[in-house]
Design a protein around this ligand. Structure first.
Ligand code: IPM
Ligand code: MN
Length: 386
């Protein structure tokens, strides 16, 4: 008996982890939603005996206000010294309508992606039964939607040479890709497809763009190394249409930076709310996790933002740290809140819960402080208009 107990204790000790998380709350609703993810990670720590420690760092408009730079060097150092980065959102309206602003919040995120070499952005597109009424698609088209977008994140037109002619009459943005840049993300996407339904769709504009033809050539060449994966090729204009028309056809979509930015926002509405979608940005060093949504300045400070995109990003962070059981628990908790109507204003404008309340409900569920058998809908900081 004693020996068994000892083995059991050893096993428990082996699984207990100490992880350093760099937290970049960022702008707008970023700090509010990120705070809920921290609650959730702490609840996971409580339940599984892990210790998460957090180091806060500045980026975006917040960083410009405080330091003059959208990405202070210290932020990069903090991220590189961490096991993972949790990021909120970026952007402020005072820069959006000023095309001549020399310093912009978004420059911070772009530079961080480059500095941490986060070359692959992974955006899973899931749907939730409880939210099907919110989707712009008909119920029939929603059946079987389960795909992942692999968006290249550190190359292409985002990072090519940018020029504005002296006379202000013309401008250009260069789009460049190297074989190495294409191969490294394509390997990740192929491997991901191997563990799923084994289908990879390369989205490009190879009928017009030289860079797209290079993507096609490289991916075609690599496909022999992954014979179990079926590869197909789709022009981006057609893909934009197919995502709405017949989204269940997709398994893993691989695409370049700008196309990935556009089609992932498009795909995000399939689930019914942009506020729900998480993402992971990975490279060879530390990985970063952030919701897909932006800084939503109109909602900042009002405790109405949907924290699920951030909380599901924290679940991806747990998966990345090999805490798979923990990630499953977080996703289960999220499912449970959606099914039981503990939802934010974007999902139900009449009967809804505050951002902070949803964070607490999910944390309680994780720590098993909540009776999950019945729907205890009362007294949870619910705002009801009726
Ligand atoms: C995203 C965002 C960013 C991008 C902006 C904020 C620079 O839209 O992460 O998708 O375009 O990559
Ligand atoms: Mn985007």
């Amino acid at each position: 008996m004693k020996i068994l107990k000892k083995i059991e204790n050893n096993l428990i000790e082996q699984c207990v982890m100490n992880k350093k998380i760099a937290v970049i709350p960022g702008d707008g609703i970023g700090p509010e939603v990120t705070a809920q993810s921290i609650k959730v990670l702490n609840a996971i720590g409580q339940r599984f005996g892990h210790v998460f420690s957090y180091e806060y760092a500045l980026m975006g408009a917040d960083a410009i206000d405080k330091t003059g730079s959208p990405l202070p060097d210290e932020t990069v150092t903090t991220c590189l010294a961490s096991d993972a980065v949790l990021f909120g959102a970026i952007g402020h309206p005072k820069y959006d309508n000023d095309p001549s602003a020399k310093v912009r919040p978004e420059q911070g995120l772009l530079k961080l992606r480059k500095d941490l070499q986060l070359f692959a952005n992974i955006r899973p597109i899931d749907t939730y039964k409880a939210l099907s009424h919110m989707s712009p698609l008909k119920a029939k088209q929603l059946e079987g939607i389960d795909f992942v977008i692999f968006r290249e994140l550190t190359g292409g037109i985002y990072f090519g040479k940018k020029e504005l002619a002296k006379d202000g009459q013309s401008a250009s943005d260069l789009c460049t890709y190297s074989v190495t840049e294409i191969e490294r993300i394509a390997h990740l996407a192929f491997k991901y497809a191997q563990n799923r339904r084994k289908k990879l769709t390369l989205v490009d504009k190879a009928n017009v763009l030289e860079t797209s033809r290079l993507w096609r050539k490289v991916v075609q060449g690599m496909s022999a190394t992954y014979p179990d994966v079926t590869v197909d090729y789709m022009f981006v204009d057609n893909a934009a249409m197919q995502i709405i028309l017949y989204p269940a056809q997709f398994d893993v979509i691989l695409t370049e930076n700008l196309f990935g930015d556009i089609i992932s926002d498009e795909a995000s509405v399939l689930s019914g709310s942009l506020g729900l979608l998480p993402s992971a940005s990975v490279g060879n060093q530390v990985a970063l996790f952030e919701p897909i949504h932006g800084s939503y300045p109109q909602a900042a400070g009002k405790d109405i933002a949907n924290p699920l995109g951030s909380i599901l990003s924290a679940a991806m962070l747990l998966d990345h740290l090999q805490m798979h059981e923990e990630a499953v628990v977080v996703r289960k908790a999220v499912d449970w809140t959606l099914t039981n109507g503990f939802v934010s204003k974007d999902i139900d404008p009449i009967n809804n819960y505050a951002t902070t309340a949803i964070g607490e409900i999910i944390s309680d569920f994780i720590e098993k402080k909540r009776d999950t058998e019945k729907n205890n809908n009362d007294g949870d900081n619910k705002s009801t208009i009726i």
